[in-house]
Design a protein around this ligand. Structure first.
Ligand SMILES: *Cc1c(COP(=O)(O)O)cnc(C)c1O
Length: 461
C-alpha cells in the first residue's frame, strides 16, 4: 500500500515509513493512494468477532508487507490487552434509535488510547526490526500526553518526553503523566501555555541538527497510523446495529478532525454510513466552514471541553484533499492562504464535503445542561466532550440508528461534570489509587536551548 501527501510534493511512502515520518516533507499529511474496499460479505463476516479479530480484518489491507499476519495480530493483541472492558468499545443505548459508543475503557480513559496503544506496539516492532531507536517529543493539553506515556512506557526502542503547561491541566490528567514510573518516559512541566509547548516542539522539529541527533519522531494526531486505528470501531459499532444490511449514522465530538475522518475512511471502505455529524464546542471553525464555506481562524476560547479547544483543525486537510479531487496543488494553495487567516472552499468542494458531513455547535451552557439532562433522563454520566456529541446527535435523529462517540470517561473531567450534575464521578476501581501514587516530573522553562540540552542528555546518556 502506497501513501501520498495531501500537498502532492513529498515522496510516496510505505505504511511503515509514513508512520515513522508523521508529517510529510512538503508540510502535507499522508493518505493512502487508494482506499481498499470491503464487500458487503466481508463486512457481514465481522459480526460476532472479537474487537481484535475485527481490527485485524479492517486494518490489514492498509499495512502492506511491512508486518507479517502473525506479527500484526500479536501487535493488536498487546495493544488492547490493558483495556478495562472485554468488548473494548461497548455500545450502550441512550434513547430510541440513539446509542453511545464508549471509547473510554483504555488505560487513560479517553479514545486516544485506541490509536496510541496500537502505534506504541507498531513503533516497537518496526524499530526493533530495523535496529533503530527514536525520541518521541509531544506537546499536550492533557489527553494525548497521558495516552502516549501509557503506550510507550517500558518499550526499548523509544524514549518519550511530554511537554505540558504547568498548572494548566486537570489533576487527573497530570497524575496520569507524572505517575508513570518507567525510565524511558519523562513528564516535563513547562512554565507557559499549551501554545508555548507546541511552539517549542515545532522549534525542535525545525532544528535539523537536534532533530537528526536524537532521531526525533512525532505521534500527534496527523500521524496516519492513528487515524487508521480509529476506523475499526466504526465497523464494530455499525455491524452490531445491523450493517451492512442497515445503514448507521455517527456523531463525533471533534477538534482536530482525526476521529471523524476515520469514520469517513470507514465509509469510503464500503461501510454504509448515512451521516457523519461533526459536533463542536464554541471553538467552531469546522461548523462555520461547513455552514458557510469560509474556513477562517479565530482565537481559541477555553471551554469545559478542553480537548476540543482548537484554532486550526489539522486533519481537515485530508478531507479537503478528497473534496478537491486529490489535487495537491489546490490544497497547498489553501494552506498557504491559511497562513494569513483563512480561505474560501470552492462550491464544488463544499458540496462534496456536505455530501459526507453535517455539523452542529454547542455552547458552554448547553453542554452543562446536556450533562445534567443525560444523567436524569438516560442514567448516563457524560464527560463534557461526549455531552456535546449527544446534544448535536439529538438534532439529527431519524429512522437510521445514530451512534454518538463518547470520547472520554466523566472522571477525567470531574469538576465540570460535578458543576453540571451535582455528582462527582469516581475513577474506575483499577485506577482508584491514582491519587496515592508518587509523582515524577521535571519543571522546565520556556527555553528551547535548555529543553534540547535536557533531552539530549537523557537520550545520549
Ligand atoms: C482529542 C479529543 C477529542 C477530539 O478528537 P479529534 O480527533 O481531535 O477530533 C474529543 N474528545 C476528547 C476527550 C479528546 O481527548
Amino acid at each position: 500500500m502506497d501513501y501520498v501527501s495531501t500537498r502532492g510534493m513529498a515522496p510516496v511512502l510505505s505504511f511503515e515509513e509514513a508512520m515513522l515520518t508523521g508529517l510529510a516533507r512538503d508540510g502535507g499529511l499522508y493518505v493512502p493512494a487508494e482506499v481498499p474496499v470491503m464487500s458487503a460479505g466481508d463486512i457481514a463476516a465481522l459480526a460476532g468477532l472479537s474487537y481484535e479479530e475485527a481490527a485485524f480484518r479492517v486494518m490489514r489491507p492498509f499495512i502492506g508487507d511491512n508486518f507479517t499476519d502473525e506479527g500484526f495480530a500479536d501487535i493488536i493483541a498487546r495493544a488492547y490487552a490493558g483495556f478495562g472492558h472485554a468488548a473494548r468499545a461497548p455500545l450502550v443505548q441512550l434513547q430510541p434509535n440513539h446509542f453511545l459508543l464508549e471509547l473510554f475503557h483504555g488505560p487513560t480513559l479517553a479514545f486516544k488510547d485506541f490509536a496510541m496503544q496500537l502505534i506504541g506496539q507498531l513503533f516497537e516492532t518496526a524499530l526493533t526490526r530495523r535496529g533503530e531507536r527514536v525520541t518521541i517529543v509531544g506537546a499536550t493539553s492533557g489527553d494525548t500526553g497521558s495516552a502516549a506515556m501509557e503506550a510507550f512506557r517500558g518499550l526499548d526502542a523509544v524514549e518519550v518526553f511530554i511537554l505540558y503547561p504547568h498548572g494548566r491541566v486537570s489533576e487527573v490528567q497530570r497524575r496520569q503523566m507524572t505517575t508513570v514510573t518507567e525510565a524511558n518516559t519523562h513528564a516535563l512541566a513547562l512554565t507557559g501555555t499549551f501554545d508555548d509547548c507546541q511552539a517549542r516542539l515545532k522549534d525542535m522539529f525545525n532544528d535539523f541538527a537536534f532533530r537528526d541527533g536524537v532521531r526525533l519522531a512525532g505521534v500527534n494526531s496527523i500521524n496516519w497510523a492513528r487515524v487508521l486505528a480509529q476506523v475499526v470501531y466504526y465497523f464494530t459499532a455499525a455491524v452490531s446495529l445491523g450493517a451492512p444490511h442497515r445503514p448507521v449514522s455517527f456523531t463525533v465530538p471533534t477538534g482536530n478532525f482525526g476521529d471523524i475522518f476515520a469514520g469517513y475512511i470507514a465509509k469510503r471502505m464500503g461501510l454504509p454510513i448515512e451521516k457523519l455529524v461533526v459536533a463542536t464546542n464554541q471553538n467552531d471553525i469546522l461548523h462555520r466552514a461547513l455552514s458557510t464555506g469560509d474556513y477562517v481562524t479565530q482565537g481559541v476560547t477555553p471551554s469545559i471541553s478542553p480537548s476540543m479547544d482548537i484554532q486550526v483543525s489539522s486533519n481537515f486537510e485530508r478531507a479537503l484533499f478528497d473534496a478537491y479531487d486529490r489535487d495537491g496543488n489546490a490544497v497547498a494553495q489553501l494552506m498557504e492562504e491559511l497562513q494569513s487567516g483563512g480561505f474560501h472552499i470552492s462550491q464544488g468542494a463544499l458540496d462534496r464535503l456536505r455530501g459526507s458531513f453535517a455539523s452542529g455547535r454547542v455552547s458552554e451552557d448547553e453542554t452543562s445542561a446536556m450533562i445534567a439532562r443525560a444523567h436524569g433522563a438516560f442514567g448516563e454520566l457524560l464527560c463534557p466532550h461526549s455531552a456535546i456529541g449527544v446534544k448535536v446527535a439529538q438534532d439529527h435523529l431519524g429512522t437510521t440508528p445514530m451512534v454518538t462517540l463518547a470520547t472520554a470517561h466523566p472522571a477525567k473531567f470531574p469538576d465540570a461534570v460535578e458543576a453540571a450534575s451535582g455528582i462527582r464521578p469516581s475513577l474506575p476501581p483499577r485506577m482508584a489509587d491514582l491519587f496515592d501514587r508518587p509523582e515524577r516530573v521535571t519543571r522546565v522553562e520556556n527555553d528551547l536551548e535548555a529543553l534540547e540540552e535536557l533531552i539530549r542528555g537523557e537520550v545520549l546518556a
